[in-house]
Design a protein around this ligand. Sequence first.
Ligand SMILES: [Fe+2]
Length: 191
Amino acid sequence: MVQKLRKILNSLIVEIEKTNDFELKKDIARQILTKIFQTKDIWLDKDFFEREINDGCFYTLRIYLNPKDEYCITIQGWGAHHKTPIHNHDTWSSSITILGSEIQYLHGKIDKPYPEKYQPINTIKKIFEEGDRIELDSTELHQVENHTNNIALSAVFFMKHPNTTDRVSVCEESFDVKTWKVVPNKLKIDT
Ligand SMILES: [Fe+2]
């Protein structure tokens, strides 16, 4: 499945590797996500994800990581009713819903140097169905919830690998701002 998708994306990956123009990189990233969605009948093994993803858990399947950790393309698997903390990405990112439905809560922006506390005001709640996409800059705070009883999948492009960023989470009760590191369950498939 990964090999099939890499083959589909190869020309766009070559193109993004060739440019240092940030706006052009973003534009190619958008094309990559569109292509992942439009070709899902070819590469998506739904049974694999349904078998591997447990309720309440979060998984990633790596499609591509730039050798310098500059950006990565990942399929994110959301178990039924999994909800992330409020967090930013500390880099530009975009994602598209591939399968199922997700709720995105948008909680405003957080600038560096990060405050010790952040209280979200005017949270916006949006339901994302298949084909819907979102773009976030480095300061935007969001939260993702799979509100359904089924798995949800999305494809995400991070301009910097999440492990190399200074992203933070915000506690919903105390509003404490803390460094956010995640070790996701990693999916592996060779076909
Ligand atoms: Fe996120």
